[in-house]
Design a protein around this ligand. Sequence first.
Ligand code: NAP
Length: 340
Amino acid sequence: MKAILIPEFQSDPSTLRPSVVPTPTPQPDEILVRITHCSPQHADILHAQGKHQNNNAKRGWCFPPFVLGYDFAGDVQSAPTSSKGRLKKGDRVFGAAIGAFAEYICVKESAIRRVPNELSNETACAMSGQAVSYAAVVNIAKVKSGETVMVSGASGGLGSVCCMVAKALGARVIALAGDAAKAESMRRNMDVDLVVVMEGDWIKQVMDFTNGQGVDAVLDNTGLVNGALRCLAYFGRIVVLGFAARKGVMEEVKMNKLLLKSATVVGYRFGESGRRYSGELERIWDGYLGMLKTGQLKPMLYGKYDGLEDVGRALKDLADRKVYGKLVVTVADIQETARL
Ligand SMILES: NC(=O)c1ccc[n+]([C@@H]2O[C@H](COP(=O)([O-])OP(=O)(O)OC[C@H]3O[C@@H](n4cnc5c(N)ncnc54)[C@H](OP(=O)(O)O)[C@@H]3O)[C@@H](O)[C@H]2O)c1
């Protein structure tokens, strides 16, 4: 099969091209999936460069030689009898596992879910990584109708879905953008109430929009707690989701800033939370997929990427911060009959 193999760490993942490697053979407890779509993200760049915490020689994760990629959708080729008939050949599935930039992947059942009938594989693939946004807005920030919510990294995979979920709950949404050109695209393509470019007097723009009250909740995908505190209403909440803009250098926050506004600042680690609280994880997926099935959330797809040959270009567009929403690479042509 074709796959994006990392024989050794690559400083420039844009040069990656598919190689021919053996098609994987499933272990007795594994499912073989033919991949129809994959969705490159920033973590894939770090994985390829050897700069991610997952690059673990001892555990053998993401350590050369390995096949790159994480989010995917596809169809089941073979399933073990231990899957108790839950999944069978031909079922459409989506999920996340290292090795997704390939024509086939072997995964444990826990790594994948069935694609709901209403959704295409492309939509499922584009949205597979963002249940975290749903959970952060609904369960952690506990956003209510009528509140004002600010989202940093709003053009990104997590940020764009944070905006959509907050809007679906009836909140007013302020989306933060890195530059004016991106902000223009966001104004055209996103259903938000205000797009603010993070330059000059951006905090004043947020305060003016909220009549000086500040925002009720912030979903922080970039590492912006100090900025968020300055925009926050009294008793406001900040959910720390990621540090996309920090280049590995974490912020220092003066604790009196929290006290002065009776602020709540809470971190949220979706993967670990799901591993510890599986019942809650199922409720999150039900809620998230429910919003997707009813069309309250729609993927924001950037560009067009055909075949594993386009993975390098996709990674370059991500690295150049051109992308808003999600990239999806079509790996195999299938007839998409789903509505959404
Ligand atoms: N907490 C969790 O469980 C969890 C789960 C998955 C991911 N994450 C983390 O959440 C963060 C967002 O993930 P994502 O998938 O939404 O990423 P993404 O799609 O790459 O989006 C990140 C956004 O941040 C902005 N940004 C600002 N400075 C940046 C920089 N130097 N490089 C790249 N982007 C920059 C970009 O928007 P502008 O260009 O408009 O500024 C971009 O759209 C990441 O740090 C990721 O590791 C957390």
